[in-house]
Design a protein around this ligand. Structure first.
Ligand SMILES: Cc1cc2nc3c(=O)[nH]c(=O)nc-3n(C[C@H](O)[C@H](O)[C@H](O)COP(=O)(O)OP(=O)(O)OC[C@H]3O[C@@H](n4cnc5c(N)ncnc54)[C@H](O)[C@@H]3O)c2cc1C
Length: 554
């Protein structure tokens, strides 16, 4: 069996090494058009920032080491330029010499990854991408040689934000140019608001609803808002698209999302050709549709399973949850599944729970806060997605939620998870259990909540807002027009409240829930403002910047 693999990094090399472990006799050739294989793309931004100091640490394997350990024939600087499905051959070109040759295959694996999208509009200025070892060599050369003091980063997604953090770490002044109204668009606006605050607090000049349109001479770029900003270096991190060049040329089926279509065994529409990684369409775990998830975990996982498929141990791929995590200036941002924006766009009925717990018992020194948002199917109670932003412990909670989603646990079942607890690690009611309590109350109707972006419409319809925090908290900042009746005085002051629909809120939602229960038990029509003042504040600070806000609040 002769197996050819196109692309020698995450998906391709996982496939190659697993294949070898399963079949000692197969001939396995890996073609990689770049100069390096099996490099740590996820570490590249941290080499730019000087956090990873040794460039060699990014190079996890070489053709020689892969040949020695796995008997792989790895050919770098070699691009596959054509597939002939009838002849079962690929045409390959040596990118250094231009020489072309032809190789026969019994099975072909496409692991060509994704290619960068350009974010500049009508601009001819030189930009750098941050995707390969060659890219970081070029970027670090510019930074060193020009003594670069300023940079523009286009795109506030995963790679753009990592680039921003690392450039700041190097002492570079950064302007972050974001085409749309919100950075880190996988999040909902109220969850992205603290990320924007943190980036701005660290001195980054963030320009929303803006693009780079041109240059005003060396070291200066022009933005679509008419201003100019200094830029010794411009990094384009505007996003990626699946690289389907070869698949299209070969007439393979392309999925609805634009990635190469594969079945659950990673086979394309040609049963002799398989595909994995960023170039491939995945099946979405929430609705089963074709989706793109360009993350290393899936590329590695599918690389392994394609080897199993080729070796005859067929295992169908699990749907993709889209679990991701980002560190930015000490803040951890993590997500899984769908956002509210996406659920609203799809018209899927859902419930939402916002909480703001600490990572561990508050009485134990060093507790750090986090904000969690859980999206729940309104009919089945299934977990549809989650977003968490905060300090320590965010990574652990998103992973628990990802496991819960993969296992098909309902949101209310989070109450029953028996999670490890000692005061320096968690709380006896872990943030995940607390989330479950909120979800369970919503499912049972014990609690009825209202989202931050629904408040104005509810008040316009006659509801009265009651802030149940203390007078001191109220004085320190409150929602305009709210009545202040603290929770501890509420029972005694019920007679002061009008017999109209009431919306109660506290700081984070917990006292609000107790207040809503007292009011409901006393015959009032009461709803709790989900996530309290903190979520409302985050949401309204993103007000003019969010599709939900524009839709609901304008
Ligand atoms: C800077 C950066 C940071 C990242 N950080 C994270 C992270 O923290 N967490 C995470 O989950 N994901 C992260 N990712 C994404 C992750 O790296 C990708 O999801 C993963 O590498 C995809 O694997 P792949 O095999 O599909 O593509 P790649 O790893 O990109 O490999 C594809 C390879 O195919 C080669 N190729 C393409 N066409 C041909 C051809 N015709 N002939 C020969 N060779 C070809 C390319 O040169 C490339 O080397 C990051 C990506 C980047 C760029």
């Amino acid at each position: 069996m002769k197996i050819i693999i196109v692309g020698g990094v995450a998906g391709g090399m996982s496939a190659a090494t697993r294949l070898r472990r399963l079949d000692e006799t197969a001939q396995i050739i890996v073609f990689e058009r770049g100069h390096y294989v099996s490099f740590a793309n996820c570490g590249l931004p941290y080499f730019v920032g000087g956090i990873i100091r040794n460039r060699g640490d990014l190079l996890l394997q070489t053709p020689q080491s892969l040949g020695a350990r796995f008997a792989l024939d790895v050919r770098v600087d070699t691009e596959v330029v054509r597939i002939d499905r009838t002849a079962q051959t690929v045409s390959v070109r040596n990118v250094l010499t231009g020489d072309e040759s032809i190789e026969h295959y019994d099975r072909l694996v496409l692991a060509a990854g994704a290619s960068a999208r350009s974010g500049a509009t009508g601009s001819t200025i030189p930009t750098y991408t941050l995707r390969t070892v060659d890219d970081v060599d070029r970027i670090t050369a510019v930074l060193a040689e020009a003594g670069a003091a300023s940079a523009v980063v286009m795109g506030g997604g995963f790679i753009g934000l990592e680039a921003v953090e690392n450039l700041v770490h190097r002492g570079v002044h950064v302007t972050l140019v974001q085409r749309g109204p919100q950075i880190f668009t996988p999040l909902d606006p109220e969850m992205a608001a603290p990320v924007l605050d943190r980036v701005r607090e660290r001195g980054v000049d963030v320009r929303l609803n803006t693009t780079v349109t041109g240059t005003a001479g060396a070291g200066t770029v022009i933005l679509s808002d008419g201003t100019t900003v200094p830029a010794d270096l411009v990094i384009d991190a505007s996003g990626v698209r699946p690289d389907v060049t070869l698949a299209e040329q070969a007439g393979l089926r392309i999925g609805e999302s634009g990635g190469v279509w594969v079945d659950g065994t990673q086979a394309t529409s040609d049963p002799l050709i398989f595909a994995v990684g960023d170039g491939v369409e995945k099946m979405d775990a929430v609705d089963g549709s074709g989706t793109l998830v360009t993350m290393a975990g899936l590329a590695n996982r599918h690389g392994r399973s394609v080897a199993d498929s080729i070796a005859g141990n067929t295992e169908h791929a699990a749907p993709a949850l889209g679990t991701g995590i980002l560190g930015i200036f000490g803040l951890t941002v993590a997500l899984v599944g769908w956002s509210e924006k996406r659920l609203v766009a799809a018209g899927r009925a859902h419930r939402i729970a916002h909480t703001h717990p600490s990572n561990h018992a508050g009485y134990f020194p060093g507790a750090e806060g986090m904000s969690i948002k859980l999206l729940i199917d309104a009919e089945s109670d299934a977990i549809l997605g989650a977003q968490i932003v905060g300090g320590a412990g965010v990574d652990k909670r998103i992973d628990v939620l990802a496991v819960a989603m993969a296992a098909g646990l309902g949101a209310s079942a989070l109450t029953r998870l028996e999670l490890a607890y000692a005061p320096q690690y968690a709380s006896a009611k872990d943030p995940i259990n607390q989330l479950g309590y909120v979800a369970d109350n919503l499912a049972q109707g014990t609690s009825v909540n209202l989202q931050w972006h629904e408040l104005e419409a509810a008040r316009a319809a006659g509801a009265v807002l009651v802030d149940v925090r203390s007078a001191e908290e109220f004085a320190a900042g409150s929602i305009p027009g709210a009545l202040n009746v603290s929770l501890d005085e509420l029972r005694a002051r019920l007679f002061e409240l009008p017999r109209v629909p009431l919306i109660v809120h506290c700081q984070v939602g917990q006292r609000g829930h107790t207040a809503a229960r007292i009011l409901t038990e006393s015959g009032f029509d009461a709803q709790n403002l989900d996530g309290g003042y903190r979520t409302w504040l985050a949401g309204t600070s993103s007000l003019m910047a969010s599709p939900i806000a524009e839709r609901v609040l304008v």
